[in-house]
Design a protein around this ligand. Structure first.
Ligand code: TXA
Ligand code: MG
Length: 331
């Protein structure tokens, strides 16, 4: 069927979804923890398994963008014709690492929307995810398959470690190629807004839509805000070991003995790390994104006292990388 998953495994996973159980599956971004998005009881299991606050809505995965109006009610948009036109202009980005927020249709369980009246929809670009969605034949609500607030999983083994006993099955599609969660784009208001940066960049969206796209925080550059006041950022995506950005270290920073270093390219450091992970030999951001979460998890398993992480310009894919790192470093 696909390289790593048999037809029988896919059929069993689809049956589990039909029974209201949880199925972990690979996407190109991170692994998802899926349940039937039309079933309140099934979706409640996701929140329980993750320990996720019930006010944080879930992304719904569908197999084709042509199905979007089965789950989004565009007639409730601020301008249905314009929103349809915008979706058309974005159509080349589906399947892909992009979720769009739209007015929800009543077909989606209220628990998915965390009580609101909008829904985030995405078509994942992973053969196993697409086969699962087609075999199941319905919408699948799926957050990242990790306990709430921990680092998102980019391999089936990561899912096993965090949620192993809590899912009916885990489909193993190998390591995720993108490695960071999807870009979340709201089309609710006249000016589209990126709510979460991801591999589909704001530049790409503005180019496709031919209009301004707002970023998550209009007031100030997020890196600057975080370095000045890390407490302002919501802590998220965090390993248990404290994380600090290399750029925030000064010669006066007191450092513990056992330090892990995650580097984006080869370089000289101001300290001697106990353990180093080099994500790219040339600072290539796609490689950094693909390996970052695995590297954070690996560091977390080594009994270190501090993880020092490299930084990059918060532009293009670098915006998503720095967004995740600033959250991981927030205390
Ligand atoms: O790449 C991804 O998006 C992965 C894979 C599994 O598809 N999923 C994922 O889900 O990262 P999760 O639950 O970890 O993150 C969902 C994000 C949250 O930031 C949530 O607040 C936002 O999407 N979101 C979901 N529904 C929304 C809505 N109706 N309005 C605004 N934000 C929404
Ligand atoms: Mg998540």
């Amino acid at each position: 069927m696909t390289d790593t998953v048999t037809k029988e495994q896919l059929a069993a996973a689809a049956d589990a979804l039909r029974r209201g159980e949880l199925v972990a599956f690979p996407t190109e971004t991170v692994y998802g923890l899926g349940a039937d998005a039309r079933s309140s009881a099934a979706v409640r299991r996701i929140y329980e398994a993750k320990g996720r606050p019930s006010n944080n809505p879930l992304i719904v995965h569908i197999s084709a963008i042509a199905d979007i109006e089965a789950y989004a009610d565009l007639s409730r948009s601020f301008n249905p014709a314009l929103v349809r036109e915008r979706l058309q202009k974005l159509s080349h980005l589906f399947p892909g690492p992009l979720s769009v927020v739209l007015p929800s249709s009543p077909a989606i369980a209220p628990e998915v929307r965390a009580g609101g009246d909008t829904v985030a929809l995405r078509v994942p670009a992973h053969p196993v995810a697409l086969e699962l969605l087609r075999t199941f034949g319905g919408p699948v609500a799926a957050p990242s398959a990790n306990p709430s607030n921990y680092v998102s999983p980019t391999t089936a083994e990561h899912v096993r470690q965090g949620l192993g006993g809590k899912v009916a099955c885990i489909l193993d599609g190998g390591p995720c190629h993108v490695g960071l969660e999807s870009t979340v784009l709201s089309l609710i208001n006249p000016t589209p807004q990126v709510l979460r940066p991801g591999a589909v960049t704001r530049d790409q969206l503005e180019g496709a839509l031919g209009c301004t796209v707002d970023g998550p925080n209009k007031q100030a550059d997020s890196e600057l805000v975080a370095l000045l006041s890390p407490g302002l950022l919501e802590k998220h995506y965090s390993p248990r070991t404290p994380v600090v950005l290399n750029s925030a270290l000064t010669s006066a920073s007191p450092l513990p003995e056992r330090i892990g270093a995650i580097l984006f390219s080869p370089q000289q450091l101001s300290f001697t790390p106990t353990h180093t992970v080099l994500l790219s030999s040339s600072g290539e951001l796609a490689a950094v994104a693909a390996g970052l979460f695995s590297a954070l998890r690996e560091m977390d398993s080594r009994g270190l006292e501090l993880i020092v992480v490299d930084t990059c310009e918060p532009v293009g894919l670098g915006e998503a990388i720095m967004d995740r790192l600033l959250r991981a470093a927030a205390r």
